[in-house]
Design a protein around this ligand. Sequence first.
Ligand SMILES: [Zn+2]
Length: 623
Amino acid sequence: MYPEYKLSDSPTQKVGTKLFESQVSKGFLPHQHKVRLYSLDNTYSYEELSSWYDKLQKNYSLSSLPELVCELKIDGLAISLNYHNSKFAIGATRGDGFVGENITKNLETIKAIPDSFSEEISDIEVRGEIFMPKSAFQKLNDEQASKGAKLFANPRNAASGSLRQLDPEITRKRELSMFAYYGRIDSGEISIKSHSEMLSFLKKLGFNINPNFRICKNIDEAIEYCKYWDKRRNDLDYATDGVVIKINDFALQSEMGYTARAPRWATAFKFPPEEVSTILKDIEINVGRSGAVTPVAVLEPVYISGSTVQRATLHNFDEIKRLGINIGDRVLVKKAAEIIPKIICVTEHSDSKSSPFVPPLTCPSCGTKLVPVEGEVNLYCPNYLACPSQIKARLEYWVSKDCMDIDGLGDNIIAQLIEKGLAATPADLYKLTTDDFMKLDLIAEKSADNLFTEIQASKHPTLSKFINSLGIRHVGKETSDVLARKFKSLNALKNATLEQIRDIDGIGDKIALSILDFFSNSFNNELLNNLKQYGVEPQEIKENQNSEIFKGLTFVITGTLSKTRDYFENIIKEYGGKVSSSVSKKTSFVLAGENPGSKLDKAIALSVKVIDENEFNEMANIK
Ligand SMILES: [Zn+2]
């Protein structure tokens, strides 16, 4: 067995990949990619595209125009397939580019992935994009609808959900396909000199290659290609959001190399977001978990950039005035990838002389009179304790992935728990029994039991996740992380003074005041007390373990790591260590990532200890 395969199959590997656990979900083993899967830099205009090409030509003093390969960028999921002795051995998701999820069993069910080939190759890695054809997506959603099951938002989500099923038989039933676009052969047994040659080779091996790729002599031809497909992308049976443009010649590719995050020899041209016209049917009022009241546009359903859009944000009531829109108007809607759709403008006012939209005076959920908050455009519902919308939004937030991460507690279940008076605050979740869940509609005993177990298992989150779960205004995921590392326990954070909080890099008065405000509120204190009473306690970061563990040590950081260099520098400094930019005999450790370069050579020459990110995390006790 090859060591890299063993590595990812072995349960012991889990110990070394703590850092990545957040990216790797329950149920799949992590898989360490042998060669990082980089992302691509994006370009958004033809000018940018030209200047990318000109810069390469200039920086590498190229005497002739380098040949390019243009391929449609498929809006799916990147995967890596490893073949050993011409047989499919292991397949994984991209993950964070370093570590993905081992989903071999599921990939084996996909027809477009050959399980072996006649060509003799000891080791080849093939990368591609898994996608669900639009026609299969429509069929799947029709089936979901007839079963009363949840609909998938777009083909990409459907592909992702289908691929990450714990039962491969479900994956088999979903019509997934793949286009391969990359091959890497470890030994020198086969000589392939360019990307287009590699594509032909992959096709020969039996992989699906997107037939629409084109070799272009120069950037003008590549731009023609982008323009051509921008107009025709909707005719394809798969979603595409742009064009990938690569330097064809492998020798030239390796000369150009990589930046910290992407190859220099490739770029992704993103098609401009589609703008589609539709009718504004209604304006709904949403009450968020902090009580902020915001308008939401309800639209005549319309298909934009890969999914059906029925709602768009209107930000606040001033925006409605600014746009001059009214119910019944024809509006132009735009959606960039992964971003909430937005109304750009009114194209045609409705004939009916309906009176202009008037912002509500009272909360649509609880009827309390809305109040303005100084310095903010939104109106607020001040009924923090009893407003049903706020209660629901807070519970939904509490169980979400970046917070307490409680699987299975969906919006529908939360709504029922509130309606039946079983839960009103996050603390209430922890006193729920299996019997309580059985009182809800459509819950079988097994799922009730699972929900109970999931909730009980979530009682000791990391301090950072717990702080994030509290939903303190202006305190998101990253600030929670900073606060956890600084204060190490919930009590220390609770008792922190304004100065102590304000002194932290990147935290200003606004955040500091909001934290103090949160902990001085009696409702919040009651919540914290109740949580504690039910045994919900975040893990403390032990004082003696962390305070000065790096005292007297000097680190040099080199190569590409999974987080920014600042992130690691901050940790080292916080724990009493120093960071230097060059390696000398005085250097204690060189923290080396991918493509470490000359600093690593120097470290080896001077016998300075070299550690990788996992070893660093172990030392710093980062979970
Ligand atoms: Zn309310």
